[in-house]
Design a binder for this molecule. Sequence first.
Ligand code: 0A1
Ligand code: ZN
Length: 878
Amino acid sequence: MYRDTPHAIHLKDYRPPEFLIDAVDLRFDLDPERTTVEAKLALRRNPAATRGDGDLRLHGEQLDLERIAVNGHPLTPSEYEVHQEGLTLHRVPDQFGLETRVRIHPSLNTALEGLYQSGEMLCTQCEAEGFRRITYFLDRPDVMATYSTTLVADKRRFPVLLSNGNPVESRDLDGGRHLMRWEDPFPKPSYLFALIAGDLKAVEDSFSTASGREVALKIYVEPHNLDKCDHAMRSLKKAMRWDEERFGREYDLDIFMIVAVSHFNMGAMENKGLNVFNDKFVLARPDTATDVDFDGIESVIAHEYFHNWTGNRITCRDWFQLSLKEGFTVYRDQEFSADVGSRGVKRIGDVRLLRAHQLPEDEGPLAHPVRPDSYIEINNFYTATVYQKGAEVVRMQANLLGPELFRKATDLYFERHDGQAVTTDDFVRCMEDASGRDLEQFRLWYQQAGTPELSVQEAFDADSGRYSLSVRQHTPPTPGQPLKEPFHIPIAVGLLGQDGEDLPLQLEGDTTPSAPGTRVLELTNSEQSFTFVGLEAKPVPSLLRGFPAPVKLKTEASDDDLLFLMAHDSDGFNRWDAAQTLMQRLLLALVDDAEAELPERFFAAFEQALMDAQSDKALLAEVLTPPSEGYLGDQMAVVDVDGIHRAHSVLGRRVGERLRDALLEVYRANDGSEPYAFMPDDVGRRALKNLALGYLAKAGDAEALAAAQAQFEAARNMTDVMAALRLLVDHGGEAGTRALDHFYGRWSGEPLVVDKWLSVQATSPREDTLERVIALMGHADFSLRNPNRVRSLIGAFCNANQVRFHASDGRGYRFLADRVLELNPLNPQIAARLLKAMVRWRRFDAGRQALMRAEIARILDAEALSADVYEVASKALG
Ligand code: 0A1
Ligand code: ZN
């Protein structure tokens, strides 16, 4: 908590550490009220660092120091100084052993950083800077040490004691206590340290690696959740195999453990050999989890596992390099999900996510480069830009190099930097060295914030058969970066002939045309022209196939061209994107005039797509899902909250009415997905039929509402139950209330299902939603101290209910600001993340702007603001 203005940390100030720590010996005497931590550190001067004043400064926060000794000799008070942020030792030897003993208080730790209590268990979260709340240390990722960890606790209360690496000792002690010792042979930064103590049970399996080693796999959960681990275990084994095959990466310890905890600030954490998970990303049974949940578990399990090489074996030099591990690991988990599921659907989902979160971030006051150059609180930088845009930047390099060279480059990266803490620049250098390509201009993707806007002009000359595309790029200013250099942008294009088939592509200067299909143009100037020759008629261009770069395209395509692409493009992604653009146009027309006629060809195309028996159902469901209300707002000069909501309802209703028969037929043909399987075909079927039911319900169709009621009662899988429940709740009335009560009665013992019950109410467009949310905060199952509850109720209301959160009376804003102030002392990370829902206040009308700005100012005025909340609030107004 700060009284003075927190200061920013800058990349340009990076210096190598003056001291290194080679080995760490930790001993924990665990107790929720009062834990003792004894640390023995083997320290030495870093030969690669310039000599400073000879003092050693260790990080440490909220620690009660009980003992400190150098080489076995206790220090006198004049030999060290304890302050708010750590401990300074004066005039230390060049090489020495440091012993400390501190006391910490897990049960009082509501920030969930460091060692904390979750229910009956004790667990840790050390990334980014939580280790300093456990012991005095050089808590920075470029200090890598081997760890030996001894855990002592009451055996009845904490029968399971886990830490990183391999178990090496286990014995009983006096007084009902016991001891476990773990050794991790791989040097690691402190942020990857973890321990767990609890009354847990494990689901066990094993995996033989490509080189024939056996790895024990264990997923630890509270005993009543043992029946919800199958999917997580299957996902883990798939991920392990995939990383061997695709990246040549084998697991390196004898044991790999996952623990599910119910209080967790993020999704999960890749601690070496001991991944700690938000239980939401482990626990699933067909009757408790939706397809979206199953999908999330598969990719988060893979993500954390993949970090073992991209993050742990090779880690970040400093936190500005966060995307080194996160961008690359997200790219890897995206590719994994594409390979084990449906590639086209995966790409659409990822781009939807990028457009929903990253593009707005890039256009708002918190815009920052993939490699930021300053921060106040690093916890605020686990962002869509660092993760999702970072993954796009890796993807562009993979595509520029092609599969063989990219694999050669990643092999080189793993070989060259194993055991090191490196930078995104080191990563790009491996791409260059393996391929011989110059990526100097490409590096701007790491350095410049903001999303480039592309505009394309076409020209066709019938006499010469020349067709040219003139492309311009422009990147708007972002905070601290008024002027941008042009980016190096790969643009994948295809040209469609009048029959809808891909044409052969011959660029001016090519001696022969390349085969029909896609060609990647490389835009490096702010304006550049590409000319194709040998065309008989003006083609229809299919631009940015597969979304080859994180850019925005200002398209001038006619509605006819979009309908044509939607029907014929050989690129599934662009068929989807054409449909999105088209629906966006219709919706924006309805925002202007809710009575506007919708063109007949739109319904015809919609119906044709719907009735196409050949099509991939998951892909079709994506094509027929309109852009979200939030996304539509992003496309407007001033967000028209109510107009967008009305337009959405009108479009849904008209489609539901006009295409009633087709929708009913699709619903019936795809109903009945029991027994449940998380297989792409089944997932697609459920998505499509629930989409059809949704359109029908928007039209208030009596038959559809009866079908929703029947589905709610009969379905045994949570995907179908939730889809039906949402329709009943949004439709309102008795049926909705009864369904909610019934649902709660059935699932009150399952917190993750109760979260769904909270969210479905918080995201309902009904007029009394805010009152309900306020009432639900008083519900026995709600707690501000559990981030999953907070996200499900408050987060869902503020981020996924535009029309109610942004109500013009400003009550939504006041509600959010009150919650931020309540959470600020309890859990600054969660408080700051919630506040982000208001930072784009400049996008709204004057009335809403004033209301939001006043709430943010009220927050900034509050006493004892955390650095997390201060940074978001001050930048939002700045
Ligand atoms: N490295 C984790 C995410 C993570 C980051 C911070 C945390 O606490 C502040 C926890 C988890 C990942 O990428 O999965
Ligand atoms: Zn990660």
